[in-house]
Each structure stands twice: as C-alpha cells, then as structure tokens.
Design a protein around this ligand. Sequence first.
Ligand code: ZN
Length: 164
Amino acid sequence: MRILEIITIDSPKAAILRRRAKAVRTISPRIQQLIDAMVETMRAYHGLGLAAPQVGEGVRVIVVEVGDRLLALVDPEIVAAEGEEVGEEGCLSIPGIVAEVKRATKVRVRALNRRGKRVTVDAVGLLARVLQHEIDHLDGILITDRVEDPSKIRVIAEPVQALS
Ligand code: ZN
C-alpha cells in the first residue's frame, strides 16, 4: 500500500494545484500505478475523490468512490450537463473550510478507464458533484473559485468528509 502526500494550498508545491494538467492519451504501467496509489490515498484520507494534481502529478487522472461505485478516469471530459444545485463541499487540498458550490445536477463524462478503454459515465447527485469537483482540479480550479461571495465559505473546526 502506498499513501501519497496530499498537496494543500499552503504547501511549497501548491503551484501544481493551479496548473492545467496534461492529457494522458496512452495508459502506461506508470499511470496504472498512479491510479492504484491514488485509490489507496483517497481511502486513507476518507475522500470521495482525488485528482492527480493533488498528489503532485500534473496529468489528467481522477479517482472517485461514492457508495460502492469506484471509478478511475483518465482524460475525463464533461460532454453534457443538466440542472443546477447548490451543495457544501470540502477539499483535501484546502483543509479547514467548506464552501457552497453550484454544480450541475446531472453530468455525462467521457474518459478512458484504467485499461485504456473508452467509457461513458452518467452521474446524478453526489456522484455528479464529485466528478465536477475532480475535473475542476485538472483545470486548476478550486472550490473557493466557484463561490459567488465569501459568505458561502465556512471555516470548520472538525474535519468533514472532503470531496477530494
Ligand atoms: Zn478537492
């Protein structure tokens, strides 16, 4: 088991959180190892998802686990989005806050899976929210960028379950 370090916004390596991650296109054994380590890390931190830049890798890879559904997606793209809802999100890269973020209720995501096969994921509710949160990380976007006014950001003393 390999638990990776989570890069937070106050880390010396924080710049990677603000960069657009690079497309992978071909799944190498290195990418598969990264996926496996990201799954272990997400579980160790009780996150619902994790994006590669959060562990210091500037590539378009995310992992998501909501309920009994585990997804590892490479080069994910939101190809359709529907509806709108506001919900509170935490982020492992921004400890100590939660923010009210507006997201699409339903999304369709196209990506490659761990074996390089093209997949389409239709998601609603929490799964859709987590996917949007993780894909934002690949574009250098954080939850604090998504809030319309600062009153939507709440400082928390207790750790909550972070989306990623
Ligand atoms: Zn996050």
